[in-house]
Design a protein around this ligand. Structure first.
Ligand SMILES: [Zn+2]
Ligand SMILES: [Zn+2]
Length: 281
């Protein structure tokens, strides 16, 4: 089973991505959480064009997959987990958790460091919040986070299958927690103990910097609870809250060319660093 999954890694990941995307997209039509403010055709065309561009670019520029880096580390006995004899299932569990915490910390850093925020604000500049927002990242941010992930894998030495599980989980949670889907409050409350729900992550896309700088987790909500960055609801409520950042509010900014240029445009690079402390208080 493990070998089959690893042998068919790109197909497994693409299949899960397309299947889940279709399910969440249909769910958004059947039970939307908010009325979209912008043209869906425009946003979907440009957000999905960016997603496609990203997968082509990473395949050309960084053809090494994270599972390959894990296999490389295992062969050479590199990384923390390769130093100890821990039962395989436990190593997988610990690896997935450690990688997820690393992504949480990386996300925090992308908000706190002005230069990184310039890249990451492309994700936040979407004026609506739905499944396509979950795949809307600047290509340089994608490349940078891949390099950070490779470094974490070399340091940790997780089993290749744990990396695959982690990547599939991260991808699936990102689509789910950006979904413009209505989930009854009682169910959302229960789900939130183990997964980041759309209502939880939507707070992170609020125009209010105190809310933007909370709920950094993608898969599990535990890191936000542990590190004090959890915020239950947006102050204005989910229906009325404003999505996006104060900069880049014209619909023209939703176009692919503008998204690619946004990191290089003048702007308040220190937008988030001072405000974070405010959010932590
Ligand atoms: Zn963010
Ligand atoms: Zn997001």
């Amino acid at each position: 089973m493990e070998n089959f999954l690893l042998g068919h890694e790109p197909t497994v990941r693409l299949g899960i991505f397309l299947g889940l995307f279709a399910i969440i997209a249909a769910w958004e039509l059947a039970a939307p959480r908010r009325t979209l403010r912008q043209s869906k055709a425009l946003r979907w065309t440009h957000n999905l064009a960016l997603t496609t561009l990203n997968s082509v670019l990473t395949r050309v520029a960084l053809p090494v997959a994270a599972v390959g880096v894990a296999a490389f580390a295992a062969e050479r006995g590199m990384g923390l987990f390769n130093l100890f004899h821990i039962p395989h299932p436990l190593t997988i569990l610990l690896s997935v958790l450690a990688l997820d915490m690393a992504i949480y910390l990386q996300h925090l850093m992308f908000h706190a460091v002005p230069l990184f925020w310039r890249l990451h604000r492309v994700h936040h500049a979407d004026l609506d919040f739905d499944v396509t927002t979950g795949a809307r990242f600047h290509p340089i941010e994608i490349g940078l986070s891949m390099l950070i992930k490779f470094a974490v894998i070399l340091a940790l030495g997780p089993p290749a299958v744990a990396v695959l599980v982690f990547e599939v989980l991260l991808n699936a949670s990102s689509m789910f927690n950006h979904g413009n889907v209505r989930i009854p409050a009682a169910i959302d409350r229960v789900l939130r103990w183990t997964v980041v729900t759309p209502d939880m992550h939507r707070v992170h896309h609020s125009i209010d910097p105190r809310e933007t700088n909370s709920n950094f987790g993608f898969s599990v909500p535990w890191w936000d609870r542990l590190f004090g960055t959890y915020r239950a609801e947006p102050q204005a409520g989910h229906e009325a809250m404003t999505i996006g950042i104060a900069q880049f509010r014209a619909p023209r900014e939703l176009w692919l060319d503008r998204m690619l240029l946004q990191p290089f445009r003048p702007g308040d690079g220190t937008y988030s660093i001072g405000r974070r402390h405010e959010a932590m208080r």
